[in-house]
Design a protein around this ligand. Structure first.
Ligand code: ZN
Length: 247
C-alpha cells in the first residue's frame, strides 16, 4: 500500500531543540553534566577560598599556597566522596542482581509468571505476554539481564566504575580550581586577573550546562556568574572582617 505523506509545515512549528539526527538529548546528561558541575564546584570553592584570604589582606604567596591547598583538598575530597558513593551504589545493585540470579534458579516458574505479569501490566494480551516471556527466558544470562533491566532498571554488564568516577571527579574539580589560581602562578600580584578569569569561567560553565538543560545559554551563564560572585563576595567580606583579628 502506498500513501502520500503530508509534508509538515516546518515554518509553523516551534523549532524543537533536538539534534538533526532525530535523537533526543541525553536526559541524564552523560559525562558532560557531572564534568561541568565538578569543574564549577572547584571553581566556586577555590575562587571563594582565595578571595577570602585576599580579603584578609595576606601576601600573594599565602594566596597561592591557600589556592594550591584548596585545590588538592577539594579534589581529593570530591574523589573520595564519589568513590564511596558509586562503590556503595554498585555493591547494592550487585547484591540485588545476585538475589535475582538466585531467585531465577530457585523459582523459574514464579519468575516467568512475574515477567509475564509485567508485560500484561504494560498492555500486552496475557497469552502473548506469556509467550514473549517464555521465549525471552530461554538463555539464563539473557533472562537475568531482562529481569535486572525491568526490575532494577540497570544493565548488569554496564555498571558504573567507582575508580573512573573518582578519577574524573578529581580531574574536573582540579581543573575548575586551577582557574582562579592560574594568574597568581603566572606572577600576578592582585586579585583582578583571577577575578576576571573566574567570572568568565563561571559564565562559560553555566552556558555549557544550558546545553543539557532547556534554558538559554546566557541565562544559565549569568546565573552561574552571579552565584559564584556572591559566594566570593561573602568570603571576601568575612576575610576582611576577621583578617585583622587573627595572625
Ligand atoms: Zn525477577
Amino acid at each position: 500500500m502506498t500513501a502520500t505523506i503530508a509534508q509538515p509545515e516546518l515554518d509553523e512549528q516551534p523549532k524543537p531543540r533536538i539534534p538533526a539526527d532525530g535523537h533526543h538529548r541525553d536526559v541524564n546528561g552523560g559525562w558532560l553534566r557531572p564534568a561541568v558541575f565538578g569543574a564549577m564546584d572547584g571553581l566556586v570553592s577555590n575562587f571563594a577560598l582565595m578571595t577570602g584570604v585576599v580579603g584578609g589582606a595576606v601576601s600573594s604567596s599565602t594566596v597561592v599556597l591557600t589556592g594550591l591547598a584548596g585545590l588538592a583538598a577539594g579534589a581529593c575530597s570530591m574523589a573520595a566522596g564519589e568513590y564511596t558513593s558509586v562503590a556503595s551504589q554498585r555493591e547494592l545493585v550487585e547484591a540485588e542482581i545476585e538475589a535475582e540470579r538466585l531467585e531465577l534458579s530457585r523459582n523459574p516458574h514464579g519468575e516467568l509468571a512475574e515477567l509475564t505479569q509485567l508485560y500484561v501490566s504494560r498492555g500486552v494480551e496475557p497469552e502473548l505476554a506469556r509467550e514473549v516471556a517464555r521465549q525471552l527466558s530461554t538463555d539464563p544470562d539473557q533472562t537475568l539481564e531482562i529481569h535486572a533491566r525491568e526490575e532494577l532498571g540497570v544493565d548488569p554488564h554496564d555498571l558504573p566504575s567507582p575508580l573512573v568516577a573518582a578519577g574524573s571527579s578529581f580531574l574536573c574539580f582540579a581543573l575548575g580550581a586551577l582557574l582562579p589560581l592560574l594568574p597568581y602562578l603566572l606572577g600576578a600580584t592582585s586579585l583582578v586577573p583571577a577575578l576576571v578569569l573566574s567570572l568568565l569561567g563561571l559564565f562559560l560553565c553555566g552556558a555549557v550546562v544550558a546545553r543539557v538543560t532547556a534554558r538559554s545559554w546566557w541565562f544559565s551563564g549569568v546565573r552561574q556568574l552571579l552565584l559564584g560572585a556572591v559566594a566570593a563576595g561573602v568570603t571576601y567580606l568575612l576575610g576582611a572582617l576577621i583578617g585583622g583579628h587573627v595572625g
